[in-house]
Design a protein around this ligand. Sequence first.
Ligand SMILES: Nc1ncnc2c1ncn2[C@@H]1O[C@H](COP(=O)(O)OP(=O)(O)OP(=O)(O)O)[C@@H](O)[C@H]1O
Length: 630
Amino acid sequence: MAKHQFQTEANQILQLMIHSLYSNKEIFLRELISNASDALDKLNMLVLTNEEYKGVKFDPRIDIKKDKENKLLTITDTGIGMNEVDLLNNLGTIAKSGTKAFLENMTGDQKVDSHLIGQFGVGFYAAFMVADTVEVITKKAGEEQAYKWISTGNGEFEIQETTKEGHGTEIILHLNEGEEEFLEEHRIEAIVKKYSNHIPFPIFMDKEKHIPAVTDDDGKETEPARTEIENVQINSANALWTISKNELKDEDYKAFYETLAHSNEEPLTWMHHKAEGAIEYTTLFYIPSKAPMDIYRVDYQPGVKLYINRVFITDDDKELMPTYLRFLRGVIDSKDLPLNVSREILQSNPVMAKIKNASVKKVLSELAKMMKKEPEKYDTFYTEFGNVLKEGLYNDFANREKILELLKFHTLNSDEMTTIEEFAKNVDEDKKEIYYLASKGSIDMLKHSPVLEKFRARGIDVLLLNEEVDTIIFPMVTEYKEYKLIPATDAKFEESEEDKKAKEELTKEYEGLAKEFKETLGEAVKEVEVTTELTESPVALKIDKEDPSYMMAQMMKQMGQGGDVEEPAPILQINPKHELIEKLKNSSDQNLIEDAAHVLFDQAKLFDGKELDDTADFAMRLNRIITKAV
Ligand SMILES: Nc1ncnc2c1ncn2[C@@H]1O[C@H](COP(=O)(O)OP(=O)(O)OP(=O)(O)O)[C@@H](O)[C@H]1O
């Protein structure tokens, strides 16, 4: 008998289960049945598609057995089973990405933690919520040797050779004191009906059947009443997605989601669609109410399963749906794909491509409907997944317009968020230009950006984008319908002759100060120029987009080498109408001008969402200026 240690993370999860922070213990059965169903799915596919498994009998069933006397509950399946290596890899370790992050987020607060665990999904380890000892007896399909895995959840497990008839897995739970309810027929049946009614395989259990007494014509009892044991199927076993929509209740969809997504949280919404015509397929997509833990990890686990005519093919294909819809959980099932598709073939299969395209369109149009009809629900969706959806703007060109219309924007002139469709209605019809400012920071900070002063002065509204992802994506989005999308920093407004003249005069007047600033700041700025476009701020930064080194940096960025190239120095604009600049022009205090040049340059950087190179230097100069002022 070989002893093994649980992997650290697995042990931590196990301890959480044992000390049951989770009040809804019944889900252990849902998790074990879901694993059994997955094991049957896997074998089904191999038997149908893999020569090596041709001889393996596929007789799919899940059995639940209860032994009240010994307080044992057993869940058996005739699925793929596990060999010794599988046992070591699967039970005792957690391969799921995001496990570490999940554990780090644990707070010790029951309420917060059970909410977290709902998103994480605990799987097999949930067994330890109700059992002090768990035995797994399993034999892999096509192999001779069976194994027994056993653990009391104390940080160790043991694996030994054993015998077992037929392939599949048997999970024996030695129930804890006080968990006897899970041996009651009606309780088990209720849990199965609640969560596992529509998994695609039958679940059987022994049930007591009462046979009433038989009496003759005179009312005399000829046979006494008795109880017989009958092995009966206790779930419907009709894959939920194959059932027509109007036969399903919300509860059915919700329960199926919990089993499918291993989640204890209700989904935000679902979309069930049956396509008939040249290609027949069914899709059932759920949107979770909370983002999965691994949503921003490259090794995220995709949530859509592919079935071909009810035979499970894969749940690990990131190409089934585009990555920007990776929050979807659900099923795609089609009769029109060949069963023996390999992953490579799947990706180039024209039927799969059509299903994928149509499914993306469907999801996007359902989201658009939700946005209009259920705005609150949409807001929840948007808070959780808005930034993921935005990724589609650069990797799904064909649907860019639709995705843009699903985004919500803050704007300069309003406190309410708006859509691009609404925003476009108020854009100057002759120019058809939509301006936006994309910079990381609070919306309030963006609203007060010096860049926007010329817009405010002219009463022109601007879209405000303050997420990091916006600053990467939006420069690549240059149009929406017939409108041009223009960064606010690039806006050029026509100047009247009068303005031009006034600017020329001011430039001359402030030439000296601009020169002093440039000498002080040196290479940190490309130049210092006088501007008449600022109204409130003394200074602002501008990038010269015609500068060849700027264009080079952009090109490198697009090639994914942004980190290696330095952006060219910005232009510092000074506002001659600002009292501060005016006073500086008239000052003869060289030290003050020097300090002011540095502090103002740093201030402009902060408004641009940039970090300061030397915070101590900034504070020191600022303090010197204040000291002089008080
Ligand atoms: N009845 C079973 N038959 C065959 N393999 C199983 C069975 N139960 C569990 N396993 C294996 O053990 C692994 C771990 O199971 P566990 O329930 O902890 O996680 P999971 O199912 O992969 O993830 P989650 O339950 O969160 O979706 C499974 O992925 C599977 O490979």
